[in-house]
Design a protein around this ligand. Structure first.
Ligand code: UT7
Length: 323
C-alpha cells in the first residue's frame, strides 16, 4: 500500500494590515478588550477586488517557489473554504485554471475551520487507495467579506489568508493517524445564512455573514480538543513528550490557553497564527505552521499534531512528522 507524505507548504495574506485601533473608530470596543479576550493584535483584510481564489493561488505560488519538484503532475486539488468567491465554480477549479494544472481534478470541501485538516485526511485516503499520487490541499478565506461589521462580538475576530500543502504518494509516509467527527446539533451556534430561513426551526439572521454563539463554541472547542488530543496520542502510540508541536485551530488565544490547561501539554510547544492574523478559519493551521517555520521553531523531523474545529460543528486532527 502507498502511504502519504507532506512535502511542501506555502501561504499568502492580503497587503492590508488592520490593527485593533481601527475598530475603535466605528464600534464600541478597545484594543485592550480585544487583546485580553482574544490575544489578537492584527489581521489582514483583502482589497475590494481581491477574493479567496486569489489568495489560494498566491499560497500555491509561494509553495511552488520553495518546492524542488514540479506541480505539473498534481492530480487532485482540494480547497477548504467557507468564503468562496461564489458557490460555483469551486475555488479548486479556479486554482486549477490559474495555475495551469491541467492533469488535476478539483473540488471544494466544506467543513469550516476544520476543513484544512479534513482535506489532509481525504488526500491521505486518496493516495493510500492508489487513485491519486500528488494532491494539493489548500485552506483559503476572505472572511472580511462575510463579516458583520456592526457586531462587535465577532467583527474584531476574523482575518483573511490562505495556506497550501502538497501531499505525495510515498512508500514510507509522514502523515500518521487521524481523528474526525461532527456535532450537527451545534450547527445553529456558528453559521452563515444562505437559502433556508432557519435551522431545525430556529430562525437565522439572514445577513449572510458569520454568526456565532461565542461562549458556547468556546466551551465545546476546549472540551473537544482536550478529549481528541488524548485519543490521537493513543491512536498514534505516542506519549505527550513525543510530540514536538501542537497546532490547534487559531480562533482565540484564550481557547488555546484553555486547551493547554485541560491537556497539560505546554503552551510553549504550541504554534498559533491568531495574534498576527486573527481567526482565518481554514487558513489558520497552515498559517501557524508557516509562522513556526519562519520563527525557526518548526523543523524537519518534528512530530506535529494538528487539530481543527469549527462550524458544523466539525473537528479533525492528524499527526505529521515534519518533512
Ligand atoms: O473559528 C470557529 C470557532 N470559533 C471559536 O472558537 C470562537 C469561540 N468564542 C470566542 O472566541 C469568544 O467567546 C469571543 C471572543 C467570541 C467572545 O469572548 P468572551 O470572552 O466569550 O466574551 P462574551 O461574548 O462573553 O462577552 C463578554 C462581554 C459582553 O458584555 P457584558 O454582557 O458582559 O456587558 C460583551 O458585550 O464583552 C462584551 N463584548 C465586547 N466588549 C468590547 C463583546 N465583544 C466586545 C468587543 N469590545 N469587541
Amino acid at each position: 500500500m502507498m502511504h502519504a507524505s507532506l512535502r511542501a507548504i506555502g501561504m499568502a495574506v492580503p497587503a492590508r494590515r488592520i490593527d485593533n485601533k481601527h475598530f475603535e473608530t466605528f464600534i464600541e470596543t478597545t484594543d485592550e478588550w480585544i487583546v485580553s479576550r482574544t490575544g489578537i493584535q492584527t489581521r489582514y483584510h483583502a482589497a475590494e477586488d481581491e477574493y479567496t481564489s486569489d489568495l489560494c493561488v498566491r499560497a500555491v505560488q509561494d509553495l511552488a517557489s520553495r518546492y524542488e519538484g514540479t506541480l505539473d503532475d498534481v492530480d487532485m486539488i482540494i480547497v477548504s473554504t467557507a468564503s468562496p468567491d461564489q458557490p460555483m465554480p469551486g475555488m479548486a477549479c479556479r486554482v486549477q485554471y490559474k495555475m495551469g494544472l491541467q492533469k488535476a481534478a478539483a473540488f471544494d470541501l466544506y467543513a469550516a475551520c476544520a476543513g484544512f485538516v479534513y482535506g489532509i485526511v481525504v488526500a491521505k485516503g486518496l493516495v493510500a487507495a492508489g487513485s491519486h499520487r500528488k494532491v494539493l490541499v489548500i485552506g483559503g478565506e476572505t472572511l472580511s467579506k462575510i463579516t458583520d461589521f456592526t457586531d462587535r462580538t465577532s467583527c474584531v475576530l476574523f482575518g483573511d489568508g490562505a495556506g497550501a500543502v502538497l501531499i505525495e504518494a510515498d512508500p514510507v509516509g509522514n502523515i500518521h493517524g487521524s481523528v474526525t467527527g461532527a456535532n450537527g446539533e451545534g450547527g445553529i451556534d456558528l453559521y452563515i445564512s444562505g437559502m433556508a430561513p432557519d435551522i431545525d426551526g430556529t430562525p437565522l439572521n439572514m445577513n449572510r455573514c458569520i454568526v456565532q454563539n461565542g461562549r458556547k463554541v468556546f466551551k465545546w472547542a476546549v472540551n473537544t480538543a482536550a478529549e481528541q488530543y488524548r485519543k490521537m496520542l493513543a491512536e498514534n502510540n505516542l506519549q505527550p513528550d513525543d510530540l514536538t508541536w501542537y497546532v490547534p485551530h487559531s480562533a482565540n488565544l484564550r481557547i488555546i490557553e484553555a486547551i493547554s490547561n485541560e491537556t497539560g501539554f505546554p503552551l510553549s510547544k504550541t504554534l498559533e497564527s491568531v495574534v498576527d492574523f486573527g481567526n482565518t478559519s481554514s487558513a489558520s493551521i497552515p498559517l501557524a505552521l508557516c509562522k513556526g517555520i519562519r520563527d525557526g521553531k518548526l523543523k524537519s523531523g518534528d512530530k506535529v499534531m494538528l487539530f481543527g474545529f469549527g462550524g458544523g460543528l466539525t473537528f479533525a486532527g492528524i499527526v505529521i512528522t515534519w518533512p
